[in-house]
Ligand binder design. Structure first.
Ligand SMILES: [Zn+2]
Length: 277
């Protein structure tokens, strides 16, 4: 499943294609949303916001200032594609939302989690309402993360169990969880209560640093110098981009011991038993 950085990058692409433009036509591929289509005609696309893994495309009417939003969550299969007007990509996927402007189209395929909401309904949406602070929001600080780790809700729970809960912080998924824990040198079975103040601070720092690096790059969490060296040696980006995620049996970049895959909750965690304590 795409995680916060991938959704934000998709939102950036959609925003670059359509924000500031007028809707010529808007089309839903889900029967229960068809009645909303005409409401968007003539509105201007104001912004494409992200809330963790959810996206909210914001519209406003230039004359009567009426505002509307489309909430979408890609889940596993949703995919945004942008293209010049009248040049849709060849796709066998089902079109679920088409936003058509004079020169650019933004098309959402396969997603089924789509709602038309007012501003207030966006704030009250059950998914958005329970979200913690977003790791990609520049206003989220290491102190905010430390406060969450030390709060009664999480202090005595295993890190591997809650790091991807969107109420802890929004935007973390499994590849980020695995590489954050490795980078902080802690095992997923550890609880914040068991960590030294220095380790806890290091963990809080990595929880923000790694998703932000991933967002700024092609979803690379590994050390950029190591990645450059690996690519020069002929490695594929797919193999070089992560520290431990999807690297079962391969040597740890720090100590050379094989990475192992442990089943923790619903998703496996990749760890180095030598580097993580
Ligand atoms: Zn290691």
């Amino acid at each position: 499943m795409p995680e916060g950085p991938e959704i934000r990058k998709a939102a950036d692409k959609v925003a670059a294609a359509i924000v500031g433009k007028k809707v010529l036509k808007l089309e839903f591929g889900l029967a229960h949303l068809k009645a909303h289509e005409s409401h968007f005609k003539g509105m201007t696309i104001k912004a494409v916001d992200t809330f963790g893994k959810a996206m909210v495309t914001r519209f406003e009417h230039p004359i009567n200032r009426e505002r509307l939003n489309i909430y979408s969550h890609n889940q596993l299969y949703g995919r945004w594609l942008c293209c010049p007007a009248n040049q849709p990509p060849a796709s066998t996927r089902q079109l679920r939302l088409g936003i058509y402007t004079e020169d650019q189209w933004a098309l959402l395929y396969s997603a089924s989690d789509i709602f038309v909401l007012t501003d207030e309904e966006v704030r009250q949406h059950p998914f958005i309402k329970k979200l913690g602070k977003d790791v990609l929001n520049p206003e989220t600080t290491v102190e905010d993360v430390l406060a969450q780790l030390q709060s009664a809700t999480y202090y005595n729970r295993q890190l591997g169990g809650f790091l991807t809960e969107q109420s802890f912080l929004a935007g973390l998924g499994n590849y980020l969880r695995c590489d954050i824990l490795f980078s902080a040198g802690v095992l997923p079975t550890r609880k914040p209560a068991e960590l030294s103040p220095q380790t806890l601070r290091k963990l809080a720092h990595e929880i923000l640093r790694i998703p932000r690096q991933s967002y700024q790059t092609e979803s690379i969490t590994n050390d950029p110098v190591t990645v450059k060296k690996l690519l020069a040696e002929g490695s594929s980006l797919e193999h070089a981009r992560f520290m431990v995620f999807h690297r079962e049996g391969l040597p740890c970049y720090q100590c050379g011991k094989p990475i192992i895959k442990k089943n923790t909750g619903s998703q496996p965690c990749y760890i180095c038993e030598s580097c993580q304590k």
